[in-house]
Write a protein that binds this ligand. Structure first.
Ligand SMILES: Cc1cc2nc3c(=O)[nH]c(=O)nc-3n(C[C@H](O)[C@H](O)[C@H](O)COP(=O)(O)O)c2cc1C
Ligand code: SF4
Length: 448
């Protein structure tokens, strides 16, 4: 098989890759010129034909999403999701930092196609460096008449602004993001109406991820058939994966989606395996919301479908965090649970109470005061708090429940063994309100 040639990351490492001059020398903005000649409908049809699925987590086809916009609309807004708050996801940040004009070109083509006049890049608060890099590139593009009035001499005019968030995971959820841009607390909205009909300021709105936008110029320049020639059915085009944890080469890697999790972690062109003889215990391959793979499940393909056969909720952000054997699996459970308890916006009872209940149980287990039945309780809570059972407004609750259930189900043996190895009576004493950290195992409380 021919070696995969980077597409979205092709300018990484090229000297001065962020400048307009270098981007243009390497073929940049040709796709925009082509799109303006093709016309909005033809561009939309090409993106739809390419089967470009959103790279922000849910994998919804971008061309189909754009076609939901009401035909008789007066105004369209485009929001580009650069919140990237899902641990351990950092692919969008590198796309902006290394090649900001690729993103701008994608936004312009998507804006032209959807008749957008104003696009907002919603960027998480901590992204200081990407903010300055993108702003500089926007300024350059404005000066070169690539953004603003009558772009490239055409009738198409559009502005692009960066809107900086205040740093909340839930603001990455598309309607939380809209509320935040409107200057309100980032509380997700009940749907319907969907943003395509009533989004930002109540007007038709498209929301797409940074990487999704970055794919668009390549589809227009090379054609949908070329895009369809990359990757397995249902998961077409290039994908940027991020790898973190105790691997030899943590970082960002681009591949077609027929790559396996094993190749991504151990492949010579990728993360090159574990450091210092560490042994792999599991991998959370789609950010943390999608669930975990055990060491014997690494042949799972990282596409939109195969992951489900391995009990994952989806491909998610494609950011893999590697958990070594040296990490106590109870701490993995606790870290997951407390993240969601902290990030739940609190609007919905099942999410607010469910996430904090799971965090309390996980803490009890991690403190060495768990009960075997706590594992069933965790599964029970996680199954009854999501959007899918129809109890909540947004997908944070599903993303909170799924990984807890996944870790408990896949590491049940290890968790039970740890619970059974606790000092006799630890769980009962914890339930009676005695902090096990102050129990010396010999009946004396507060002896530590
Ligand atoms: C809690 C939560 C956080 C999210 N965070 C992000 C994010 O940081 N970036 C992103 O692109 N999508 C995020 N999403 C998904 C968005 O709601 C939306 O589906 C996505 O931006 C659409 O873009 P796409 O179709 O191009 O993937 C999040 C969803 C949820 C439920
Ligand atoms: S599901 Fe959770 S995060 Fe989403 S709106 Fe409800 S309480 Fe907020």
């Amino acid at each position: 098989m021919a070696k995969f040639q980077p597409i979205l990351t092709r300018n990484y490492g090229v000297p001065n890759s962020r400048s307009l001059e270098v981007y243009r020398e390497r073929g940049g903005y040709q796709a925009l010129a082509k799109a303006l000649e093709m016309g909005a409908e033809a561009v939309g049809a090409e993106v739809k034909k390419a089967e470009l699925r959103g790279r922000g987590g849910a994998g919804f086809p971008a061309g189909v999403k754009w076609s939901f916009l009401p035909p008789n609309r007066e105004i369209t807004y485009l929001c580009v999701n650069s919140d990237e708050a899902e641990p351990p996801t950092f692919k969008d940040r590198t796309l902006i930092e290394n090649d900001p004009h690729q993103l701008i070109e994608g936004i312009l083509i998507a804006g032209f196609t959807t008749r957008t006049k104003i696009a907002y890049v919603y960027m998480r608060a901590e992204f200081h460096r990407p903010f300055h890099i993108l702003q500089k590139a926007l300024d350059e593009a404005y000066k070169a008449n690539l953004i603003g009035r009558k772009i490239m001499g055409s009738d198409f005019s559009m502005d692009i602004y960066i809107h900086r968030g205040a740093g909340a995971y839930v603001c990455g959820e598309e309607t939380g993001l809209i509320e935040s841009i409107e200057g309100k607390r980032g509380w997700p909205r009940i749907k319907p109406p969907f943003p395509a009909v009533a989004g930002l300021f109540g007007k038709p709105t498209v929301i797409n991820n940074v990487e999704t936008m970055c794919c668009v110029p390549h589809i227009i320049r090379e054609g949908a058939d070329w895009f369809l020639s990359i990757g397995p059915d249902g998961s077409k085009g290039p994908k940027v994966f991020a790898v973190s944890g105790p691997v030899k080469r943590p970082g960002v890697y681009e591949a077609a989606m027929d790559i396996t999790c094993r190749d991504l972690i151990f492949g010579d062109d990728f993360a090159q395996g574990m450091v210092d003889g560490q042994e792999l215990q599991g991998v959370l391959p789609g950010g943390i919301s999608m669930g975990i793979l055990r060491a014997d499940e690494l042949d799972c393909k990282l596409d939109f479908d195969d992951v489900r056969k391995h009990g994952l909720l989806g491909l998610g952000t494609g950011a893999a965090v590697v958990v070594p054997k040296s990490v106590d699996i109870r701490m993995v459970l606790l870290n997951l649970a407390r993240f969601y308890a902290h990030e739940s916006c609190g609007q919905c009872t099942h999410c607010r109470e469910g996430t904090s209940w799971m965090a309390k149980i996980a803490k009890r287990i991690a403190d060495g005061a768990g009960r075997v039945e706590d594992l069933d309780l965790l599964i029970d809570v996680s199954k009854n708090m999501g959007m899918m059972p129809g109890l909540n407004i947004c997908g944070l609750s599903d993303g909170a429940g799924w990984p807890i259930r996944s870790v408990v189900e896949k590491f049940r043996g290890e968790l039970e063994a740890k619970i059974k190895a606790q000092p006799a009576g630890a769980a009962e004493r914890a339930i009676e309100g005695i902090n096990p950290a102050y129990y010396d195992g010999a009946g004396k409380v507060g002896a530590v």
